[in-house]
Design a protein. Structure first.
Length: 154
């Protein structure tokens, strides 16, 4: 469980969350869901992308300063396929944009949050990503993401 009373010096050392980057929604079919969300949001899908490491195909919609990401499983063992089998279509995660994902991972880990990976990995939409386990975030899967800059691709 995260520590509620924490050392403020840990907090001051890092830039924290900048804004909600996107809300991830698990769907059974992008083909069926893209037109629905285009009508709902009154904006076109601006990008579709497969992320083989996560077993998903994604579709993105820009909504002001944030985005909506639709997620369709590409195979039965993917986290999205498991989520859909257990809970059905719906909100899968909330993603927060951070300036320095590695620093945020260290900060949050020091506060007791459980990270689902030890180092950031490449995600969709040109981002470095890391997920926080829902058992330490009141049942919500949280994704940290940082835009990949040409000088940080390594």
């Amino acid at each position: 469980m995260p520590i509620l009373a924490f050392n403020i010096s840990i907090y001051k050392n890092y830039i924290h969350v900048l804004h909600i980057e996107h809300i991830g929604i698990a769907v059974a079919s992008l083909e069926a869901s893209i037109p629905l969300f285009e009508q709902l949001l009154n904006v076109p899908c601006y990008k579709k992308e497969k992320v083989a490491s996560e077993g998903v195909e994604t579709a993105f919609f820009q909504t002001g300063n944030s985005k909506v990401e639709l997620l369709e499983a590409t195979h039965e063992q993917s986290p999205i396929a498991k989520f859909l089998a257990k809970k059905g279509a719906g909100i899968h995660h909330i993603a927060f944009e951070v300036e320095n994902i590695e620093a945020e991972m260290k900060r949050l880990s020091a506060l007791g949050f459980e990270l689902l990976q030890e180092t950031p990995k490449r995600g969709a939409d040109n981002k470095w990503i890391c997920f926080l386990h829902p058992k330490t975030t009141n049942g919500v899967l949280i994704e940290l993401c940082q835009s990949i800059r040409l000088d940080t691709e390594g």
